[in-house]
Design a binder for this molecule. Structure first.
Ligand code: GDP
Ligand code: GDP
Length: 462
């Protein structure tokens, strides 16, 4: 049963993201004072009292040259209005009704969608004038709301309930539909996504520096003009998830902010964006680091990759813009060698050459993601592990430390996602780091887990 879709529209800075966050109940959208920060639309499962619906946050409704960023944002807002069941049209009660608000009120009236006029920032007295003015928009009685302080939500509830009833969408009453908010993933104490639910979509994040081609790739994959793409670096400011299906498998794709600090961008905004990118990494099971193959393995690429490995996520490296590479064979050998040298912790990490622009290699990328995910979930029986381990103990025992032999007893896999192994031995603290690495590499090769961040703990067996 599909949920009704409610779109939040309005010019920049009226509080759309704030309202979206309130309805979704999670700090998901990016909120900032800079007009135009909310540059895309995003969906979330929302609830208000007993009303359950999907909420869509849109870019600002700006009347501008259609080839500009603002023009494209406007086009996406229009698309959102066409796709939704009910429009929440926000104005800023403190700022009053601006010509831009009037212009778009007119547009919304023409769309003939049920609309609720919301005069936001109406807490206190400062919003009274704007609230009264907004009657003139001809969109019915305004709801006085303070998205930030949570005032007026019961009026909003009543208005929404009435509009949703006229839309006549069935309202499912099972809780289940709401278990997964847009990034509603439970994390355990270590910050790992809680064990697999086979019905849950596979969560893939695509990260990389600004201009690596993330948005282009996602558009190519999902085949819709869903994300804004353009030469303005860092256009994709915060993480956005898109539900999608590939080879019959449900996938939730996270597009993340570029990680590079941009000189011209406000510090606060950039910090939020980076935090958001990191959050997407935590939520994801597979992370694709997208590199621009013409300028690969920059410092920031390595920093984010290192973080992903430390978080224990499964990793795939996409060598994007491969269409621009001339001597492909030589370039690939060079990058393979570089990857293994710079990222020894994930030796053999899958490198997939692709072009988000032409589409070449994108299905190989998705195949690599599914494979990386399976390896991340691998469970190796204690029997198989110890058959390998007894050979290791016999032929490559750990060195004696301070004249005393270390005794390794056995190995077992404690956990998957990523694979954790425990070696029981006589003096865990005395095992040299080099020997631990030797064991990890041995596990990786023997059980064929290239690129998987393997955890290995030494424990005392008394
Ligand atoms: P958007 O551009 O429509 O997405 O607007 P945001 O949600 O980013 O909000 C813009 C600014 O308005 C932020 O500084 C918010 O904190 C502020 N804001 C949002 N809702 C309210 C409100 O109800 N009252 C007041 N006073 N400020 C608000
Ligand atoms: P993002 O900042 O990582 O989201 O990067 P975008 O998707 O916005 O792409 C940045 C620029 O690189 C745009 O001008 C794209 O057209 C271009 N681009 C993206 N992917 C490719 C590709 O595979 N090949 C080529 N030649 N250009 C690409």
């Amino acid at each position: 049963m599909s949920l009704p879709v409610v779109a939040i529209v309005g010019r920049p800075n009226v509080g759309k993201s704030t309202l979206f966050n309130r309805l979704v109940g999670k700090k998901l959208a990016l909120v900032d004072d800079t007009p135009g920060v909310t540059r895309d639309r995003r969906m979330g499962d929302a609830r208000l009292g007993d009303l359950k619906f999907q909420i869509m946050d849109t870019a600002g409704l700006e009347d501008a040259d259609p080839t500009s960023l603002a023009g494209r944002m406007r086009a996406m807002s229009e698309a959102a209005i066409r796709e939704c069941d009910v429009v929440l049209f926000l104005i800023d009660a403190r700022a009053g009704v601006l010509p831009l608000d009037e212009h778009f009120a007119e547009f919304i009236r023409k769309c003939e969608r049920p609309v609720i006029l919301v005069a936001n920032k109406a807490e206190g007295k400062a919003g009274e004038g704007g609230l009264l003015d907004s009657y003139a928009l001809g969109l019915g009685d305004p709801i006085a709301l303070s998205a930030e302080h949570g005032e007026g939500t019961s009026d909003l509830y009543e208005a929404l309930r009435d509009k949703l009833a006229t839309v006549g969408k069935d309202m499912p009453d099972e809780e289940d539909a709401f278990d997964e908010a847009i990034t509603g993933i439970d994390l355990d104490e270590e910050g790992n996504a809680i064990e697999d639910d086979p019905l849950r979509p596979l969560r893939v994040a695509i990260v990389g520096r600004p201009n690596a081609g993330k948005s282009t790739l996602i558009n190519q994959l999902i085949g819709k003009e869903r994300l804004l793409v353009g030469p303005e670096a860092g256009i994709t400011r915060d993480s956005i998830s898109v539900d999608w299906e590939w080879k019959g498998r449900e996938i939730k794709l996270f597009d993340t902010a570029g990680m590079r600090r941009k000189a011209r961008v406000q510090e606060k905004l950039e910090k939020l964006s980076v935090a958001d990118g990191l959050r997407a990494v935590k939520f994801a099971e597979v992370v694709v680091v997208l590199l621009d193959a013409t300028i690969p393995f920059e410092k920031q690429d390595l920093q984010i990759t290192d973080l992903i490995i430390r978080e224990g996520r499964s990793l795939v490296i996409g060598l994007n813009k491969w269409d621009l590479i001339e001597d492909r064979g030589a370039k690939f050998r060079e990058l393979r060698e570089e990857a293994d040298r710079l990222l020894p912790q994930v030796k053999g990490v899958p490198l997939v050459t692709l072009s988000g622009l032409t589409g070449e290699g994108t299905s190989r990328l998705m195949d690599a993601c599914l494979k990386a995910y399976d390896l991340w979930n691998i469970r190796i029986s204690t029997g198989r592990l110890n058959r390998w381990f007894s050979g290791v103990i016999e032929h490559h025992p750990p060195p004696a430390v301070a004249g005393r032999r270390l005794k390794l007893r056995y190995i077992t896999q404690a956990k998957a996602r990523p694979p954790h192994f425990v070696v029981f031995c006589t003096r865990p603290d005395a095992v040299p780091e080099s020997y631990r690495r030797y064991l990890i590499n041995g596990l990786r090769e023997t059980f064929e887990m290239p690129g998987v961040p393997i955890r290995l703990h030494m424990k005392s067996s008394g």
